[in-house]
Design a protein around this ligand. Structure first.
Ligand code: KG4
Ligand code: ZN
Length: 353
């Protein structure tokens, strides 16, 4: 089985070809970073236009690299939401055109499901597993019971983790995108140099909150003369980045410890703990979660960093997983700007395939 995957939901134009055994035959990503950098964030109109300019060529290159013709494919998978709708449209129209022209099954993939299933791409991982999904727009703890079967255990009540990284980077003048910039700065910093809060720590339940931490970072930055000040002390800036990252690490570690206990109780299984989404590329956080999993007598499974941040291999793989179960979609499937993972369960149950 071979599936073409297309991803255009944010600021990466991506195309990939993946086999049923989880071999990645091509995985191309065209970042629009330089186009959005002057604005300090993603501009939806610029993103959509740029996807339109590049997607055809990128798909062609992916097919060439995979050494395949469209007729050799078994399906076309595309991110059909959630995301910036202009970009999602571009990907969906491209995928539908290919599916229609070559009479191939069409697979409308939920971007979050792409992240959620990536750990199964190229690694032995059975359902169920506990998933911490941390990206630019999401922060959720889920029990992954199967393809299309996600049970919400907890989530953020305000900002997503990636968003907190991005805002912290902006406050400290570390540039865009924020996550990798904060991680880089933090390697030179002393996490103890600033006292920051650990929101929700010790609270019942499995929810998260990051907006208070963001405000605390702003106050600390102001106090240290770092706010909107490119001339600020680089060591203090690194210290604050490290303190922020450590605070996030403490919160994620505590919530995951509790989630593993709950998961073990509900599913009579110790784990494993899987982390996915762009923030899962962070080495400090991976190390913290690795220790959490080990303490709970299980292991942490984290995709390689390049498969944590947005890519099309994860979309192609989710397509493989859905195609195997006969979960294909009609060509009139409408792109969705909002599409909670929990909605997939209802869709799977209603699917004729
Ligand atoms: O999954 P992703 O690529 O796109 C979304 O679906 O949102 O996640 C992007 C988010 C951004 O907020 C980015 O700053 C964050 O992931 N991120 C990181 C790192 N790399 C990306 N956060 C912390 N450390 C990183 N190394
Ligand atoms: Zn993503």
């Amino acid at each position: 089985m071979t599936v073409l995957g297309i991803e255009t939901s944010c600021d990466e134009t991506a195309a990939a070809v993946v086999t049923g055994e989880g071999r990645i035959l091509a995985n191309l990503i065209l970042s629009q970073l330089d186009e959005h950098r002057p604005y300090g964030g993603v501009v939806p109109e610029i993103a959509a236009r740029s996807h339109l300019d590049h997607i055809d060529r990128l798909v062609g290159e992916a097919m060439e690299q995979a050494g395949l013709a469209f007729a050799d494919l078994d399906g076309v998978a595309v991110t059909a939401g959630p995301g910036l709708i202009g970009g999602v449209f571009v990907g969906v129209m491209t995928a539908k055109a290919i599916a229609l022209a070559w009479e191939l099954p069409f697979l409308a993939v939920n971007h979050l499901e792409g992240h959620a299933l990536t750990a199964r791409l190229g690694a032995a991982l059975d359902f169920p597993y506990l998933l911490l999904l941390v990206s630019g727009g999401h922060c959720q703890l889920l029990a992954v019971e199967g393809v299309g079967r996600y049970r919400h255990l907890g989530g953020t009540i305000d900002d997503a983790v990636g968003e907190a990284f991005d805002k912290t980077a902006k406050l400290l003048g570390l540039g865009y995108p924020g996550g990798p910039a904060v991680e880089r700065a933090a390697t030179e910093g002393d996490p103890e140099a600033f006292g920051l809060p650990r929101p929700m720590l010790g609270r019942p339940g499995l929810d998260f909150s990051f907006s208070g931490l963001k405000t605390a970072v702003r106050h600390a930055a102001q106090g240290a003369g770092l706010l909107d000040n490119p001339e600020g002390d680089p060591q203090r800036r690194a210290d604050l980045a490290a303190a922020f990252q450590a605070a996030v690490g403490d919160v994620l570690a505590e919530r995951c410890t509790k989630a593993l206990a709950l998961f073990a109780e509900r599913y009579a299984k110790a784990g494993p703990l899987v982390v996915a989404g762009g923030v899962a590329a962070n080495r400090h956080l991976r190390a913290r979660l690795d220790a959490v999993a080990a303490s709970a007598g299980t292991r942490l499974l984290a995709p390689p960093p390049a498969l944590c941040t947005d890519n099309a291999a994860m979309i192609a793989w989710a397509g493989v997983e859905r195609l195997r179960l006969g979960l294909t979609d009609p060509l009139d499937f409408a792109a969705r700007p909002r599409w909670p993972l929990e909605d997939l369960a209802a869709r799977a149950a209603a699917s004729p395939g």
